[in-house]
Design a binder for this molecule. Structure first.
Ligand code: FVT
Ligand code: MG
Length: 354
């Protein structure tokens, strides 16, 4: 009598379930979306959005002095750089193919006054940085912040009179600030002040001064946000800021207002729009991109950076995955690029992946 050994094969989970009395039936499905996720090649093939180095703008902080980098405690891993170090950083960024830097100054407190006069000094820290980087690394784009807060003793973005931020008078100064920056080599003027009418005034001022090719990236929808906290440490305005910015920056409860704000900036000549902060305001990014179709950017601001980096440093989340995922979310929402303090790290990773 032939003896056959039973075929030994692993018991599947479905079989196991049956032996335990669970009666499992297949579903009669036509659509099985999981088919498109079954393998790595299939997932890559159907992926709608990807992150590339071309999506990155790196915000850097500059300060007086030479050969020094100063850590910013509330932004672990981010440093203020002296101008010569900023040139080295720009060189590294250019090697990594990061398209552009955004420059923010830590202005010596002795140079701050109620009018933000230092903003108009043609040899201020921002202008020095622009000239130094342009001279050595002309291929990288340089974006400068137009607003008075790094330069005012009260930490506001505009002129302060009897507790009010003056709009039109501030705009007149911002126009001059923009021209000073363009003269020093700024490629893109990025007004972050949220005064009414400043985009049109700055466009006219730049054109009149012969800078018709200088682009304007408008902080069209900038919210009065607690996510800017660490940035104010970085530029040294956290302690000096009197009151808050809610009479000019937007109320976090508003969405339609962002569309109206952006519409004005588009009409006034903005070349690119920006939303700030980033991840908590992805709905605004999506709406502005849908409404105007202009190049649209988002700023993953200091507080977002601090939250993510803090969790990474505590081992609570996987930094290699969470950072690119957070940036990909901006792309999915319609952003053409992201200002992010993670830019060099991400660019290095992307380069290593080929
Ligand atoms: N104009 C720049 C900011 O106001 C804040 C940016 C940040 O929090 O990273
Ligand atoms: Mg506006």
């Amino acid at each position: 009598m032939a003896f056959t050994t039973p075929r030994i094969r692993p018991v599947s989970e479905a079989e196991l379930a049956r032996t335990q009395g669970l009666d499992l039936h297949g579903l009669d499905l036509v659509h099985r979306p999981r088919r498109n996720r079954k393998t790595d090649w299939a997932r890559r093939l159907v992926r709608e959005n990807t992150l590339t180095v071309d999506d990155l703008i790196w915000p850097i902080f500059v300060m007086n002095g030479t050969a020094t980098r100063a850590p910013i405690p509330s932004m672990p891993g981010v440093e203020r750089l002296t101008v010569d170090e900023a040139v080295r950083a720009a060189e590294m960024a250019a090697k990594l193919k990061i398209p552009a830097l955004a420059i923010f100054p830590y202005v010596d407190p002795s140079l701050r006054d109620p009018l933000g006069s230092e903003a108009l000094n043609t040899n201020n820290l921002v202008c020095q940085t622009l000239r130094a980087i342009k001279a050595e690394i002309p291929e990288i784009g340089l974006i400068t912040d137009v607003a008075l807060d790094p330069f005012t003793s009260h930490g506001h973005d505009g002129l302060l009179e009897d507790g009010r931020i003056l709009n039109d008078e501030t705009v007149e100064i911002l126009v001059r600030q923009a021209v000073v920056q363009a003269e020093a080599g700024a490629d893109v003027i990025a007004p972050s002040d949220m005064m009414d009418g400043r985009i049109g005034a700055i466009r006219a001022g730049l054109d009149a001064a012969g800078f018709t090719d200088v682009q304007i990236m408008s902080y069209a929808a900038k919210y009065a946000s607690a996510f800017y906290g660490p940035f104010r440490d970085a530029i040294g305005t956290a302690k000096t800021l009197s009151g808050d910015k809610r009479t000019y920056q937007m109320d976090p409860g508003n969405g339609l207002e962002a569309i109206r704000e952006a519409a004005l900036d588009v009409e006034e000549g903005a070349d690119m729009l920006m939303v700030k902060p980033g991840l908590p305001y992805l709905d605004i990014v999506y709406r502005l991109k849908e409404a105007f179709g202009l190049p649209t950017f988002a700023y993953q601001v200091s507080g977002e950076y601090a939250m993510i980096e803090g969790a990474i440093r505590n081992g609570w989340v996987d930094g290699d995955r969470i950072v690119p995922e957070s940036l990909l979310a901006f792309k999915r929402a319609g952003a053409d690029g992201i200002l992010t303090y993670f830019a060099p790290r991400v660019a290095e990773r992307l380069a290593a992946q080929g």
